[in-house]
Design a protein around this ligand. Structure first.
Ligand code: COA
Length: 273
């Protein structure tokens, strides 16, 4: 169709994780509506596979994660699988390690990621949102980590991210009570970055994603790498990686294009090199 950007689609996890790519934006949808988008082991595996495919896809500049429908982003791990995946500490620890490895594909994804959250965002769903770079939520979003209500020890990585965003006291409050809190509180806690009416969440998330997709990919990679190093303990930082991406940016055709376009008073056309 003329004038319409081409859209590519693919599904993972037997249709429970549809992906679409258009205008430089990859959209991953958690689609398990009968369980309020609870994330099954298959969906967790599909998420890692989808991200690995988009990692090297030059058409993907930014990824949005969202839930199907308006009731949930993700209602947590699929509790109906827990009998199988967590019958005792040994099996549970292997399952948790697999989940951690699959989530690492998101946490370490080299391009910007945004979680667009409507409805329930609980447990491992909140952990997934925490592994995105940025979180936008609608006013009807509900957050919580009900681990203490189920008898689960929430893992190190998830808590590490939570504590970094909301601080140790609020993290304790969230974990000790297992209670749900609303989107206004999430904004006040620093857990989400933007609060929007439900009918504007998607359009505004897309607009921000488009804005990111128009910018210089190497400069964005530099910001992502540098911020992730800042979040590490000083002795674990890879300052060589920070210097290297800085060098690549300064030598890039895009930097030349950026300053030329500014001088010529026209929008830049970045190539990512
Ligand atoms: N895993 C598996 N199934 C889930 C689920 C989950 N995390 N969350 C919801 N579901 C299922 C429910 O079992 C129910 O299935 P059914 O229709 O076959 O009975 C369906 O989704 C709808 O949920 P329901 O509880 O009827 O909706 P609700 O609006 O009354 O409550 C929640 C919504 C999210 C508050 C409630 O479902 C809930 O507490 N879910 C578990 C959340 C949780 O503990 N997550 C952390 C897991 S680590």
């Amino acid at each position: 169709m003329t004038g319409q950007p081409a859209t590519r689609t693919k599904t993972y996890a037997d249709g429970q994780l549809p992906v679409s790519i258009s205008e430089g934006i990859g959209v991953i949808t958690f689609n398990n509506p009968t369980k309020l988008n609870a994330i099954s082991a298959e969906m967790a595996e599909g998420l890692a596979a989808a991200l690995n495919d988009m990692r090297d896809d030059p058409e993907v500049k930014v990824v949005i994660l969202t839930g199907a429908g308006d009731k949930a982003f993700i209602s947590g791990g699929d509790i109906s699988q827990f009998e199988k995946t967590r019958p005792n500490a040994e099996v549970a620890s292997r399952s948790a390690e697999r989940f951690r490895q699959r989530q690492a594909a998101l946490a370490d994804f080299p391009k910007p990621t945004i979680a667009a959250i409507r409805g329930y965002c609980l447990g491992g769903g909140l952990g997934t949102a925490l592994n995105a770079d940025i979180r936008f939520a609608s006013t009807d979003a509900k957050f919580g980590i009900p681990a203490a209500r189920l008898g689960i020890a929430y893992g190190f990585e998830g808590l590490n991210r939570l504590v970094a965003l909301v601080g140790p006291s609020r993290a304790r409050l969230i974990l000790y009570t297992g209670a749900r809190f609303n989107a206004e509180e999430a904004l006040a806690f620093g857990l989400i970055d933007r609060l929007l009416p439900p009918d504007r969440l998607w359009s505004e998330t897309l607009e921000i994603a488009r804005q990111i997709a128009r910018n210089a990919p190497l400069a964005i990679a530099a910001a992502k790498i540098t911020i992730s190093q800042i979040l590490k303990d000083a002795q674990d930082r890879d300052m060589g990686a920070v210097r290297e991406i800085g060098r690549i940016c300064m030598d890039s055709a895009d930097f030349k294009e950026g300053r030329t376009a500014f001088m010529e008073k026209r929008p830049p056309q970045f190539q990512g090199r």
